[in-house]
Design a protein around this ligand. Structure first.
Ligand code: NAD
Length: 287
C-alpha cells in the first residue's frame, strides 16, 4: 500500500486521535497546532483526552507512535510541508452570539496557502457553515498561486465521531465526501480510506457541509424533545424511563434516553446543563 505523508491541522478532540489513527495505519503523520504548550505536551507523550482503543488509552497510543517516529507535533507549517503532501483540516468554527467565527480557520488556511505545493491534497473535516470550503477555503488557498482542482486537490468530508469513541468510529462510521472536481473527490476519498473501513457516500461539497448541519439539527431536536418528555413525566409523576421504553416498543419510534442536554454543551456551557433553553447555531456547529 502507498505510504501516506499526512499533516493534520488542529490537534484538538478530533485532530489528535485522527492523527494517531493515520499513524496506526502506517502513515507518516505530522500534527500542526498554533498552541505551543499543547505541542510540547503532545511531543512529551501527554494528553488529557479520554479516548481508548483496543484496551489502550490515547496517551498509550500517542507514546507508541512518538517512539515509532510515525507521529510528531509541531507549530511549523513549513516544517510539515517539507515532508507531507496531504493535509486534513480539523480547526473549528466557533459561534459567538449566534455568529460563526472564521478567524481560526481563515488563519490556518492563510498559513497553509504559503506552503502548499503542486499536487498536494487538502481535505477539510471541520464542521462549517455550508459554502465555506468553496467560497472561503478555496480562494484563500489559491492566494498562494496554485489553482484548486488543477494544481492541488480540495475536498470536504464532515467528521461524525462522538468523543470517547473516536478511534473506533474513525474506522466504522459511514462518511460522505465531496470534491472541488472529480479528481479532488477521488483523492479525498482515498485519503479517508487509509483509516475508514465504512461506506463513503460521494456527492457535492455543499451537500456534505449542509448534511452535517442537518444531522446536528436532527440530534439537537431529538435530544430537546426527550428532555421535554422527561420534564412532562416528572411533573405528572410518571416514570420517565418506563414511558420512553413503552413508546419505543413501536417499531418506528426511537426516543433517546434523557441526559444533561445537547452534546458538547455539557462541559462547554455548564449553565445549560439539564435543560438547554437557548437553541442556536452554536450547538449545531459544536459536534
Ligand atoms: N469534538 C467532537 O466531538 C466533534 C465531532 C464532530 C465534528 N467536530 C468538529 O471538528 C472540528 C474540530 O473540533 P474539536 O473538538 O477537535 O476542536 P478543538 O477546539 O478541540 O481543537 C481545535 C484545535 O485547532 C487549533 N487551532 C486553532 N487555530 C489554528 C491554526 N491556525 N492552525 C493550527 N491549529 C489551530 C486549536 O489550538 C485547537 O487545538 C470542529 O469543526 C468541530 O465542530 C467535533
Amino acid at each position: 500500500m502507498k505510504k501516506y505523508n499526512v499533516a493534520v491541522i488542529g490537534l484538538g478532540f478530533i485532530g489528535l486521535p485522527l492523527s494517531l489513527s493515520y499513524a496506526m495505519k502506517g502513515a507518516n503523520v505530522i500534527g500542526i497546532d498554533v498552541n505551543q504548550t499543547l505541542i510540547e505536551e503532545i511531543n512529551r507523550g501527554h494528553s488529557h483526552h479520554l479516548e481508548y482503543y483496543q484496551g489502550k488509552s490515547l496517551q498509550d497510543i500517542l507514546r507508541e507512535q512518538l517512539q515509532a517516529k510515525s507521529f510528531r507535533a509541531t507549530t511549523s507549517y513549513q516544517e510539515a510541508a517539507e515532508v507531507v503532501d496531504h493535509y486534513i483540516i480539523t480547526v473549528g468554527v466557533d459561534v459567538k452570539n449566534g455568529d460563526p467565527q472564521f478567524a481560526h480557520l481563515q488563519s490556518a488556511m492563510e498559513t497553509l496557502a504559503s506552503v502548499l505545493k503542486k499536487n498536494d491534497t487538502v481535505l477539510v473535516r471541520s464542521t462549517v457553515v455550508p459554502g465555506t470550503t468553496e467560497e472561503m477555503v478555496k480562494p484563500i488557498l489559491e492566494r498562494g498561486g496554485l489553482e484548486a482542482g488543477k494544481d492541488f486537490y480540495l475536498g470536504y468530508s464532515s467528521e461524525r465521531i462522538a468523543e470517547g469513541r473516536a478511534f473506533e468510529e474513525f474506522i466504522t462510521m459511514p462518511l460522505a465526501v465531496g470534491g472541488i472536481n472529480e479528481e479532488s473527490r477521488i483523492k479525498a476519498r482515498e485519503l479517508l480510506q487509509v483509516v475508514t473501513e465504512a461506506p463513503i457516500h460521494e456527492t457535492e461539497i455543499k451537500i456534505v457541509e449542509t448534511a452535517k448541519v442537518v444531522e446536528n439539527i436532527q440530534r439537537d431536536v431529538n435530544i430537546a424533545m426527550v428532555q421535554e418528555i422527561a420534564r412532562f413525566a416528572e411533573a405528572t409523576g410518571m416514570d420517565t424511563y418506563e414511558l420512553i421504553k413503552t413508546a419505543n416498543t413501536h417499531t418506528r419510534v426511537q426516543l433517546l434516553v434523557p441526559g444533561p442536554g445537547v452534546g458538547a454543551i455539557v462541559y462547554r456551557m455548564p449553565s445549560t446543563i439539564y435543560y438547554p433553553k437557548r437553541k442556536n447555531i452554536r450547538f449545531l456547529l459544536n459536534y
